[in-house]
Write a protein that binds this ligand. Structure first.
Ligand SMILES: [Zn+2]
Length: 221
């Protein structure tokens, strides 16, 4: 079994309860005598391979460290960005494709380790994850009439509007453009966007609030 440590809480004497994200979803396992022998297993953001007992609350028996992402914690901007990313993972519903999301999360953390633009990593992650919540915005055709001469973006209707359905609105047009760039970005390629990341993240947060009824954690400390 493989997973990435999301958080740990104290569990009885010297032991910890460890929450991991795995290709099968979130899993909680006990790590006995965690302070001595399971240090690498109870460190947040460690990617580990492990064996565990069976049962309702399994105990980890063996583990090996695959990769540590801990140095993300050395940069305050990155620590801030991590909060909504992990928040999204904790909000995943049952039945989603965890194995794909797991790969995407690892890719996102790898990018966050080295990037100089943490807000771009966060924006791409959040916009791409909208599809997982079943609230992907319609970005290729008008949400009302399916025409493709797009000039506007409707936050409430969740997608683009064409020139027959809306008058041109500069800020919303920029928003539509940026949503398209983020959603269709290949991996974490560098993007040239029209709005600032701060303005864009405000909109993305609003989109989650309206369509998923989900108030994401702040990305600034
Ligand atoms: Zn239309």
């Amino acid at each position: 079994m493989e997973g990435i440590v999301l958080k740990t809480i104290d569990y009885k004497e010297k032991s910890k309860l460890v929450y991991l994200y795995t290709p099968q979803g979130i899993l909680s396992v006990k790590a006995l005598d965690a302070t001595k022998t399971k240090l690498g297993f109870v460190t947040t953001l460690n990617q580990v391979e492990f064996e565990m007992t069976s049962g309702k609350l399994p105990t980890v028996t063996e583990y090996s460290l695959k990769k540590s992402f801990y140095s993300i914690y050395e940069n305050l901007t990155k620590v801030g960005v991590l909060a909504p990313i992990l928040d999204v993972i904790f909000h995943l519903e049952e039945g989603v494709n965890h194995s794909r999301i797991y790969v995407f999360l690892i890719q996102t953390l790898n990018e966050l380790l080295t990037t100089e633009d943490s807000y771009q990593v966060l924006s791409i992650f959040l916009v791409k994850m909208l599809a997982v919540f079943g609230i992907k915005p319609e970005l290729k055709k008008c949400v009302r009439c399916s025409k493709t001469n797009l000039v506007d973006f409707s936050m409430l209707e969740g997608g683009a509007l064409c020139d027959s359905c809306s008058i041109y609105h500069e800020k919303n047009y920029q928003l539509l453009y940026d949503f398209q760039q983020l959603y269709f970005a290949k991996n974490y390629q560098a993007l040239t966007l029209k709005l600032s990341y701060q303005a864009l993240l405000d909109e993305i947060y609003q989109y989650y609030a309206i369509h998923a009824n989900f108030k994401l954690k702040d990305y600034y400390l």
